[in-house]
Structures are given as C-alpha cells and as structure tokens.
Design a protein around this ligand. Structure first.
Ligand code: HEC
Ligand code: HEC
Ligand code: HEC
Ligand code: HEC
Length: 441
C-alpha cells in the first residue's frame, strides 16, 4: 500500500468510530435526547449607548418616530405590538358579569386587553363613560408628562379636551413611558408615572426596575376621592396582597368623614362595591418566580440578535408560549417540561373555577337584591338594615376576591396559589352570605 491509501484508510476508520460513538451516546438519536438550542441571555446584550434624538413632541417628550433613527430594530419591534389586535368580549363569554357589575361601566362593555399600540384608540371608543382625563393615566406617555408638568390638577381636566390634543400630537404607550427621554443611555429605565413614587416611596427599590416599568400600569389602582388622582392602594410589596388591599379600602376615611372606599354603590343590593383592575404586578410579586430574580421582561420580551450581531430586547410584548426563544429560557429551570401544557393546565383549572364561583356570586347578588327589596318595601319578615349590612359586607368581600382573580390577565399562570386562594375566599364569603339569607348555595 502506498502512503496515500494508508492515510485514507485511517481517516475512514476514524470517521466510522466517531459516528458510532455519537450514535451510542445518543447525540444523533433525536428521539431519545431532547436538544435545546441555547437562548440568548441578558449578559450577551450589546451595550446600546447613544445620544437621545433632538426632535421632541409638543410637550418635550421624544417620540418613537425620532428614536427610529437611533434604534430602528427596537422601534420596529415596539411597532409590532399592533399584531396583537384580538379582543375577547368578556361579557358575552361570561354573561354573569353583566349582573355582577350592574350599575358600573364594566356592565356596558368589558373586552380583553390587546397590544399597546391600541391604547388611545381603545380608551376613546369604549362604551364606558369617562368622567375625566384620569382615564388616560395608563394609555399614553403624554398624560404622564402632563401630570409631571401640571401636577394633580391634570387628573380632573375634561377627558375629551386632553384626548384630542394627545391623539393628534402625542402617542400611545411609547419609549417615554418606560425610559423617559433617556432610552439612549443604555436603555435606562425611568418611572414616569408620578403616583408610583408617591405610593411606594423608598420601598420602590425592593422591586426589579424591569418589573416596575410594567407595574406603572399593570396594577390595581384607584382614584383618590379628594382630587381623582390615580393611586396605588399600598406602600410596599408586603401590602400588595388582596387581603391587605381590601383592608386599605375598608379603612379609608373619606372627605365626608365616613369610612370605607367604594368604586360604586349598587342600586339593587345597596352594597358599596370595589372593582379590581389587572393586578399583574401584585400577583406576580407574590408568586414563585419573583424571589428567584426574574422580571416581567424575562418572560415577555425576547432577547434577539440583529443581522449585524446587535443583541437587544424585542419590545414586542408577547406571551412566552408564543415564542420559541422565551420557551427556551424556561428550560434552564424547567428542563424538558412541556411549558404550554403546564400553563394551560393551571389556566383551565382556574377559569373553570372562575365560571363556577362567578355564577354563584351572581346568584348571591340576586338573593341579596331580593332581601333588599323586601326591606325597602317593609315586607313581612324582611331583614333589618343591620342584618342587610352584614350581608352586603360579605357580598362586597366576595366580589373583591373573585374580581381580583378574574381580572388578572395571566389566568392563574403568574401565581396559581394566589388565584385559588382568592377563589376559595370568595366561595367562603358567598356560602356565609347565602346562609344568612337562608338561601341554598
Ligand atoms: C413598556 C415599557 C417599555 C417601552 C414602551 C420601551 N421600553 Fe425599552 N426597555 C424596556 C425594558 C423592560 C427593557 C429591558 C431592561 C432590562 O431589564 O435590561 C428595555 C431595554 C431597552 C434598551 C436597552 C437594550 C436592550 O434591548 O435591553 C434600549 C436601548 C431601549 N429599551 C430603547 C427603547 C426605545 C427606543 C423605545 C421606544 C421605541 C423603548 N425602549 C420603549 C421597557 C420599555
Ligand atoms: C402606560 C401603561 C402601561 C405600561 C407601562 C405597560 N403596559 Fe402593558 N398594557 C397597558 C394597557 C392599557 C394595555 C391594554 C391595551 C388595550 O387593550 O388597548 C396593555 C396590554 C398589554 C399586553 C397585551 C395583553 C393581552 O391580553 O393581549 C401585554 C402582554 C402587556 N401589556 C405587557 C406589558 C409588559 C410586559 C410591560 C412592561 C415591559 C407593560 N405591559 C407595560 C398599559 C401598560
Ligand atoms: C415566569 C414567567 C413570567 C413572568 C416573569 C411574568 N409573566 Fe406575565 N405571563 C406569563 C405566562 C405563562 C402568561 C400566560 C400566557 C398565555 O396565556 O399565553 C402570562 C400572561 C401575562 C399577560 C396576559 C397577556 C398574554 O399574553 O396572555 C400579561 C398582561 C402579563 N403576563 C403581564 C406580566 C407583567 C406585567 C409581569 C411582571 C409584573 C409579568 N407578566 C411577569 C409568564 C410570566
Ligand atoms: C430561575 C428558574 C426559573 C425560570 C427561568 C422559569 N421558571 Fe417557572 N418555575 C420555577 C420554579 C422553581 C417553579 C416552582 C416549582 C414548579 O412548579 O416547578 C416554577 C413554576 C412555574 C409555574 C407554575 C406557577 C404557579 O404559580 O403555579 C409556571 C406557570 C411557570 N413556572 C412558567 C414559567 C415560564 C413560562 C418560564 C419561561 C418563560 C419559566 N417559568 C421560567 C423556576 C423557573
């Protein structure tokens, strides 16, 4: 044999051995070994420091249009939020809600949320009445800026006047909302909604900035009775539980000296009720992931790489189940668990219970309304005012705990334990109230 033949034989032999080793170790046998592509991580992010663009909106905010020249891929990814344009009509899906929200705007229209691009459009078209400009709090950076510039009086300006100006010259949720004008400074996050600092003060630093950035809006809030300022009903993470928030509302002293805050008084039951709103941050912070250092961006913003190698956060806010890259990031801790199945199992369990307890709550409301009618008409054997008030209190509490779970947008995925605790408490209050009314539950 000449030298060339020997070399070829050795090479062929080595290749055969290598393939055999790979087959035996299972690397090429995909059915046995799950193989995860590595997701890009935070420490691979490119440092994106740049000058803020000079072009400014009428109120001194830099609009996304201007940022487009600096970080086109980020501005484009934010623009992609318009792909999330589906609205589920909750009142058609869960008709008992119309009964529960009787006397309040949500009985007229209550659709699911969609992408940030639609905030201005949706707040204008809603069939729910808007009393004042405070409805714009979570819809546009230009209202946050107006509050910064003019103070609390901005909240009571006429809605239409403020909306028209912003719709013509401002924008929907945008760069300024989460970064102020400092997005060029490595994308530094800024709290632009003044009530967040007012409510949490020094305790704000206990929360990851990328969670606070979403928690400027994805929270429970109320309008203060004195000047209709948007406000959060707690001053620390520990006080973000539904139990503590209820106590906060129950104990609030109103301008007329009476005690107990209510969003509305329901005519048929005479009950003073609370409407919970999307408490995503509160629910998330009490859950399993927050103590492990994860933030909202980790599960809702993909880390992507450009053609030129720039690694950045996509600003299209998606469900982690809709993103291969985000699902890969779960694998680091969840291993081979089928995440879609895990999430759907929780959501199915929670929504099934919601329907069951929502219908019971609706029956409780009807029974209370009957008792209230009997009392108003002085019917024989009617409940006394005192007895009715005790039942109205149970109804207020049941409605609060039910609502806190129903209106949270992850349907149990952020914190299944808390979702179930809310539903358990609602069920207990309903049973107690029905027993006092002498009606079978
Ligand atoms: C809803 C809030 C929100 C909006 C709106 C927003 N950002 Fe961000 N941005 C974030 C968060 C959260 C991060 C991730 C910060 C972190 O945890 O590292 C981020 C990161 C960044 C970064 C740092 C690099 C990176 O990708 O992590 C830049 C630069 C940036 N954003 C620019 C912009 C620009 C420009 C706009 C408008 C076109 C914008 N952002 C709109 C929340 C927002
Ligand atoms: C300025 C207030 C504001 C901030 C800050 C904000 N959001 Fe939102 N978000 C909203 C509003 C309002 C909607 C509903 C828009 C609509 O339906 O018109 C929404 C909708 C969403 C949706 C779509 C929900 C659905 O059911 O399809 C997601 C996801 C979302 N936000 C995630 C985030 C994340 C993650 C952050 C932080 C990076 C964030 N948001 C910061 C106000 C805000
Ligand atoms: C550990 C991952 C994780 C973190 C961190 C996380 N979420 Fe979620 N979130 C989910 C999952 C899973 C769902 C359910 C998705 C679905 O139904 O497709 C969800 C759903 C949502 C929804 C409903 C919209 C949708 O796409 O279904 C909103 C809004 C939302 N989250 C906001 C937040 C906010 C705000 C934070 C931070 C306070 C946060 N999330 C933190 C995993 C996470
Ligand atoms: C830092 C580790 C870590 C990462 C990353 C992580 N998880 Fe988890 N997750 C856990 C642990 C620990 C638990 C609690 C034990 C369990 O249920 O497996 C958990 C529980 C959950 C639960 C059940 C929560 C509940 O309240 O019942 C869901 C849903 C979930 N994770 C979704 C996700 C999704 C989706 C991602 C990726 C987008 C993700 N997780 C990323 C560690 C992590």
């Amino acid at each position: 044999m000449d030298k060339k033949t020997i070399i070829w034989k050795v090479i062929c032999g080595l290749v055969i051995i290598a393939v055999a080793v790979l087959l035996l170790s299972g690397v090429l046998n995909k059915s046995d070994v799950r193989y995860h592509a590595e997701a890009l991580t935070r420490d691979q992010l490119t440092e994106l420091k740049a000058e803020a663009p000079a072009e400014t909106a009428y109120d001194g905010t830099v609009k996304a249009d201007a940022w487009k020249a600096v970080f086109p891929y980020i501005a484009d990814s934010m623009d992609a939020n318009k792909n999330n344009d589906e609205i589920v009509d909750y009142l058609a899906k869960d008709p008992y809600l119309v009964n529960l929200y009787e006397g309040y705007g949500f009985a007229k229209e209550y659709g699911s949320a969609r992408g940030h691009s639609y905030t201005l459009e949706d707040v204008h078209h809603t069939a729910r009445p808007h009393a004042a400009a405070n409805c714009l709090t979570c819809k546009t950076p230009n209202f946050a800026k107006l509050v910064q510039d003019e103070g609390v009086s901005a909240y009571t300006l006429p809605f239409d006047e403020v909306w028209e100006k912003i719709n013509a010259e401002g924008e929907a949720v945008s760069c300024y909302t989460c970064h102020g004008n400092s997005a060029g400074d490595k994308g530094e996050l800024r709290v632009t909604h003044t009530y967040v600092n007012k409510a949490l003060g020094a305790n704000l630093s206990a929360i990851d900035p990328a969670t606070v950035s979403c928690g400027q809006c994805h929270i429970e809030y109320y309008f203060t009775p004195t000047d209709k300022e948007t406000m959060m009903p707690y001053d620390s993470v520990e006080a973000m539980t539904p139990e503590a928030i209820l106590a906060y509302y129950d104990e609030m002293v109103l301008p007329d000296g009476s005690v107990g805050f209510a969003d509305w008084t329901q005519e048929s039951t005479g009950a003073k009720l609370l409407k919970a709103q999307h408490p995503e941050m509160e629910t998330y912070l009490q859950g399993v992931h927050a103590p492990m250092g994860l933030n909202c961006a980790d599960c809702h913003m993909e880390i992507k790489m450009n053609e030129d190698g720039t690694v950045y956060h996509s600003h299209e806010l998606v469900s982690p189940l809709a993103s291969e890259a985000l699902l890969e990031s779960c694998a680091k801790c969840h291993g081979d668990t089928n995440m879609t199945q895990l999430v759907h199992r929780i959501q199915d369990q929670v929504t099934t219970r919601e329907t069951e307890i929502g219908n019971k709550l609706s029956a409780f409301k009807d029974a209370l309304a009957d008792a209230n009618k009997g009392f108003q008409e002085g019917a024989p054997g009617a409940k006394t005012e005192e007895e009715l008030n005790a039942i109205r209190k149970l109804y207020r509490e049941a409605q609060w705990f039910f609502d806190f779970c129903y209106v949270e947008n992850s349907e149990g995925a952020h914190n299944s334990q808390l979702a179930n605790r809310c539903l358990d408490t609602a069920a207990e209050k309903i049973a107690e109230g029905m027993a006092l009314l002498g009606v079978e539950n």
